[in-house]
Design a protein around this ligand. Structure first.
Ligand code: ZN
Length: 180
């Protein structure tokens, strides 16, 4: 292995010392990850620099690994919701085995973007499976808003909340009137 010459890019001195720390970063959606931050300190001019751009390389590699893991987890979680990879591909008219490629690490920023949307709104796959029919899309969206509507109705005057009362009375008593 050839030794790279460590020369201070500021003053040209060879009196540089290598330092390494572990830093943490966060995926937009998903877990945090760590990477090795490398810098060289010059004992002549006291400047610090990443001479061989190692930090960038380490960061991108660690980020890619974290994204690959997130994609695997996301696809497993969608499968748990009944959204298989084959169904996903059919619904979005993706070539077969596209998601298998993603799951094995061959993915793009577009793959990540679509999966982030799908993880946030899993019911979108049904909308896609219905050829993005606007009426079906609207109905699906309203159905996902039901829980919020129930919460909202709890604060409305008597008479409008009969279905909510039924719902509450059907809940186990331990979950009603907590802290009263
Ligand atoms: Zn220097």
């Amino acid at each position: 292995m050839s030794k790279r010459t460590e020369i201070c890019p500021i003053c040209g001195s060879e009196k540089v010392e290598r330092f390494e720390t572990i830093s943490k970063a966060q995926l937009t959606v998903g877990p945090s990850f760590t990477f090795h931050e490398i810098y060289y300190k010059c004992s002549t001019c006291h400047e610090e620099s990443d001479i061989f751009a190692e930090t960038d390389k380490n960061y991108l590699k660690a980020q890619k690994e974290a994204e690959a893991q997130w994609i695997k987890d996301a696809l497993n979680q969608l499968a748990d919701l009944g959204i298989s990879m084959a169904f996903f591909e059919r619904a979005f008219e993706l070539p077969i085995r596209t998601l298998t490629r993603w799951k094995t690490g061959d993915f793009s920023s577009t793959s990540l973007a679509l999966l982030r949307v799908m993880k946030t709104y899993p019911w979108m796959v049904e909308v896609a499976a219905h050829n993005f029919d606007p009426l079906f899309a609207q109905k699906s969206m309203q159905e996902t808003l039901v829980p919020q509507r129930i919460i909202f109705n709890l604060g409305t005057p008597l008479g409008e909340s009969s279905s909510v009362s039924t719902l509450i009375s059907s809940l186990p008593s331990s979950s009603v009137g907590m802290g009263e």
